[in-house]
Design a protein around this ligand. Sequence first.
Ligand SMILES: [Zn+2]
Length: 403
Amino acid sequence: MLALSLLMGVALLSPVGPTQVSGRIPVHLDIESLVPDISSAPLPAQTLDHTPAFARTIVSGDTLSGLFSKAGIDQQTMYKVLEADLNILALDTLMPGNRISFWTDEQGQLQKLQLWFNAARQVVFNRYEDGSFSVDEVEIEGDWQQRIVSGEIHGSFYVSAQRMGLDAAEIQKVETLLKEKLNFARDLRAGDSFSVLLNDQFVEGESTGNSQILGISIDSGRSHITAFQHSDGNFYDQQGQSLARAFQRIPLTKQYKLTSHYNPKRKNPVTGHVAPHNGTDYATPIGTKVVAPGDGVVVMVTDHQFAGKYIVIEHGNKYRTRYLHLSKALVHKGQRVSRGQVIALSGNTGRSTGPHLHYEFHVNGKPVDPMKANIPMASQLSAKELAQFSSLVRERQALMRLG
Ligand SMILES: [Zn+2]
């Protein structure tokens, strides 16, 4: 665990390059390291209606156990929160700048915990009487405003796009989307032009940091490459040909027995609380190859007390997949993967009743049934959709010419 975190630390400190997902430095949440001295900070009596007993803006180097310790909350309670978080794995995604707030009762017992990611997203844990926790996600749609970033190539595409205002994550998205169409290192020359149309999210006037790419146009004189996001979340060129290969239904190379279905209403047989099963379980022997079901970028490779070793892959703006209880990850954070590429070996890590793969498919941040979800499995738009798409392209191209 420690070796792994050191390696991650080194990777994160390396200079910002085109393969990095984000310029921000994720906090390493080391749930294994025990901080014994939790008695030194007595808590004032607080009620839930008042300010939190402890609140903090996350800084680089913070650990989850360190934060709980500073809040005066014991390890056992922290594991109860982690157990509730298994369904969404939000604690693992805390980054510098996010906020964490603890509310306690008169006895100093944790009653409520809030994670503030941005103005559009918060996660709240509330204590049940039996000592376990519920978890709720608060998502605010906010307002989306369009932004055009355009310019000429001088130096690399990365440097040119950064100069005009795209951040590392946005540049990586552009490069990933066009990777089959354009060799960014070889095909571009000084004076070639580019234009990117983005949608930025705001809540009550405050930027949330969330942005989506709606259109890309790169003009090299010799060729004109375009990509536009359709309402299905996928990207197509002007002719309606998909830029990403279609998804395959399951992330395995052969069929395995399906041992547990997706079930958002599943109840914990012991506590009776609703504890959704957000994925599908396949009875894979330890060491079974797990493949990416579609093209994407690895955004997380980590270990969790209950989820075990797990991987998260982002497929464009709209889709995200998650793989739990792995024995071995064969990819690293920031790595681009192609459909069919082996990303991991299945296992039995974390809290698991036997060797299996737990697979989740998320659409717009919400888990759906991977076996039934309407995911893009064809590489071309139908005639009806193409008509819709073409009018959307005309609108966006007009905007981008203004940029
Ligand atoms: Zn499962």
